[in-house]
Design a protein around this ligand. Structure first.
Ligand code: NAD
Ligand code: TYD
Length: 350
């Protein structure tokens, strides 16, 4: 892929902001257009350091706004798209599933249509990269790993909407020859993640001496990947992935929630100069999430053998760097947890 204009959607969010920063630094010949609606999860503060880069343009818009999306494709003639914009939190999808269908399914289709309308069948040098999640595969039992050919079996409105968008991307490839790649990644963590997801939520709660609400018995398992390693994988899939292929991305790093929370508490106590065991006392087992998937774990051997990717950061190191970022960026945390966040928190955790 050597085309210069790249449209990245959802670039003001957690993963998108890391991807944009990586691309701007590593590929000064590219011009990155960041299209983002700036929902509660989008924050231009995440891109403060690069906002005046001459190879960067922010486009404030909604992927479900068909007229606007068609107009920017026409204006900027995007040959390449990396699509990350989405509603991304499972708990919110349980409260408001329609919002997830709208953004994740309809929004993706509107992007696909605009891309198809612009290029018709002239697909040479074009690519639509759809960034997806391992949650489309559903839940594993105690053993086994998600592979690229594992059947889709989504359980939450979030994962169902992502699964549906994956299917549409694939269908546009089969039906219209639209050149695409998809990657399905495990749980990410790192700087600038909105404090509704487990790790930043619990860091924020420890800082504020609030309870750490562990769902159910805490024995649910996730495979955690440092966000920078996901950005490296996205870079590789974008540049070297084979059309119409899917790549699973994961950390080879499974943790039961309760063990992860204990490690997080230990690191926080050490960094905050608190006596060991202090933060763990905040753990509170609460009502389980409905339809809670027991276990996710990725077999990332395809991207490893075909594209040479593997995680570069150990979990202990990544977690430590993540905590340091939140400790050093309390203003960021305070800004995003004011206003509507308080209403969300009350409703979710009562
Ligand atoms: P996020 O919620 O932090 O960011 C999403 C971004 O999309 C925000 O900036 C938001 O403003 C924007 N957005 C939302 N609706 C929009 C709309 N209608 N139009 C334009 N922009 C809109 O999400 P994230 O964690 O950075 O996830 C990014 C992508 O990666 C998502 O597609 C998600 O499904 C996928 N993913 C996330 C994880 C994870 O652990 N976070 C893991 C695997 C895959
Ligand atoms: P989350 O970060 O929401 O990611 P996902 O649901 O996409 O895996 O949750 C990670 C795990 O942590 C999941 O098993 C649910 C659990 N969890 C809690 O126990 N308490 C919480 O307050 C949250 C947000 C999540």
């Amino acid at each position: 892929m050597n085309n210069k204009n790249i449209l990245i959607t959802g670039g003001a969010g957690f993963i998108g902001s890391h991807v944009i920063r990586r691309f701007l630094i590593k590929y000064p010949e590219y011009h990155i257009y960041n299209l983002d609606a700036l929902t509660y999860a989008g924050n231009l503060e995440n891109l403060k350091d690069i906002e005046s880069n001459e190879n960067y343009t922010f486009l404030h818009g909604d992927i479900t706004d068909e007229e606007y999306i068609n107009s920017i494709f026409k204006k900027y003639q995007f040959k390449n798209v990396i699509h990350l914009a989405a509603e991304s939190h499972v708990d919110r999808s349980i409260t408001d599933p329609l919002a997830f269908a709208k953004t994740n399914i309809l929004g993706t289709m509107i992007l696909l249509n605009a891309f198809k309308a612009l290029w018709d069948t002239n697909w040479e040098g074009k690519r639509f990269y759809h960034v997806s999640t391992d949650e489309v595969y559903g839940s594993l039992g105690e053993t086994g790993l998600f592979k690229e050919n594992t059947s889709y079996d989504p359980n939450s409105p979030y994962s169902a909407s992502k699964a549906s968008s994956d299917h549409f991307v694939r269908a546009y490839g089969e039906t219209y020859g639209l050149p695409y790649v998809i990657s399905n990644c495990s749980n990410n963590y790192g700087a600038q993640q909105f404090p509704e997801k487990l790790i930043p939520l619990f860091i924020n709660n420890v800082l504020n001496d609030k309870a750490l609400p562990v769902y159910g018995d805490g024995n649910y398992t996730r495979d955690w990947l440092y966000v920078m390693d996901h950005a490296i994988a996205i870079d590789l899939v974008y540049h070297k992935g084979v059309n119409a292929e899917t790549y699973n991305i994961g950390g080879f790093n499974e943790w039961k929630n309760i063990d992860l929370v204990k490690l997080l508490c230990q690191q926080l106590d050490a960094k905050l100069g608190r006596e060991e065991g202090t933060s763990e006392q905040l753990i509170k087992y609460v009502k389980d999430r409905p339809g809670h998937d027991l276990r996710y774990a990725i077999d990332a051997s395809k991207i490893n053998t075909e594209l040479g990717w593997s995680p570069t950061v150990t979990f202990e190191q990544g977690l430590s760097e993540t905590i340091d970022w939140y400790l050093n960026n309390e203003d960021w945390l305070n800004n995003v947890t004011s206003g509507n966040y308080q209403n969300y928190y009350k409703k979710q955790y009562q």
